[in-house]
Design a protein around this ligand. Sequence first.
Ligand code: SF4
Length: 248
Amino acid sequence: MSPTHINEASVAALNRAFQGAGAEAILEYAMATFHPHLACACSFGVEDVALLDVLSRLDAQPRIFFLDTGRLHPETYDLMAAVKDRYGLAIDIFFPQHEAVEAFVNQRGPNAFYESLQLRKDCCAIRKVEPLRRALVGAKAWLTGLRREQAATRSDLGPFELDHAHGGILKINPLIAWSLEETWAYVRAHDVPTNPLHDQGYPSIGCAPCTRAIGPGEDLRAGRWWWEAPEHKECGLHSRRALAKDHA
Ligand code: SF4
């Protein structure tokens, strides 16, 4: 598929063609088709470090970017340093626009996200969604570490999506079919550095004030925005047309 002919039909055809394909095959296609206009999002969760390791084994080097919201755990920064060291990677770091953060915090306070869904979405829009738009400038496709079983909002995802929110580029999820157990088996087998918070009950790690450890039997995303209903647990980075009315 030409990068200039991405539409719903071609994405559906890709999902059919790569049904049951492994992450390596999907990444090889992505590199062959889109490099050097391929970007890779990395937030240093276990899926993301697994994805970086698979890329390194393929000797594939898409542009890697990281969104620093300014509210992350210290452990996440330590892991970024360890990963850069291990793989010799260049990582583009995108920060929020400081004027927007200053205006929001001055008007609403530093922890306004606990007060309402709208204020939480406003904070995510400033600290994540807007920086992501800048990170994807020039990209014709981007890679994520999304897995289908991570959340109710991701249960019908395929390895390829048409990303309406970013100008109709292709969003590629090579690990979409991986289970959590497979992901951990991979990182252990390859001695990939991981965030120590995972060992403290954090299966999903985001901003420090919006992430808590989960207890036995809780959903894997229960610790993200734990005060909100499950159908709202997206930050806008992975919004889809079908979810637009709930997650805009
Ligand atoms: S996760 Fe929390 S702190 Fe981070 S951007 Fe969203 S609302 Fe703000």
